[in-house]
Design a protein. Sequence first.
Length: 265
Amino acid sequence: MYRFLLSRRWAVITLVALLLIPAMVRLGFWQLHRHEARVARNALIAHNLKAPPVAFDSLSTPGFTVPGDLTWRRVTAVGTYDTAHEFVIRGRTEPGGSSIGYFVVTPLVLADGRGSVLVNRGWVESGADATSYPVVAAPPAGRVTATGWMRADETTASSGIRDRGGLPDRQFKLIDSTKQAGRTGATVLGGYLELASSVPAAGDSPTLLAEPNHSDIGPHMAYAVQWWLFAALVPVGLVVLARREEKERAAALAAAAPVEELAAA
């Protein structure tokens, strides 16, 4: 019985199964680590969103790279909007929708003279002509207090968006404080402020972006459990397959026995 397990075919089947088990276990731990990272990220975002706002320029300086623990930190900036250097970011989705348009980014020159902060004032729809600058409502004039969330400069690696040139005037693909400083010659603090509210409030303004969803943990834990179940089922599958083949071989031998007896008679 089960001598067929010593065949080359079964040696290959067993080898493949033995390779699949650790691979599936590792995939399960990979999904577990993604789950843990998502939970930690959500906890950090929730903490930063609840924290009292602090001045943007107390955290950032020109060329500053916003670390992960400061992303979505509530911040404020006081100053005057520099509409002459306003620009838009192409190919961005409407909050809660599927329409593609632009983010409107306006530098806010700080009242304390430490430089300017890029403020993402929200989303506007694209017009019929993608080569023309979209219609954008002007921000409040005079001294403004902008409150929102600190965000890191966008890169191709972090966003998956390729930063290409040759775009119409004042239109870009990524929000990058360092590049904007190089284009304008102004002192720009690293990162940018994603606007939530302002005083005074703007009347007709771009659509503000919503705060991030920090309650969704994703399906990674379920995927981890699935991979581990698959790994556990591999040896069970081997046993079932071997027993089935043994029964088929036994049935074939039993069917051949009468024929051999008749031939002998």
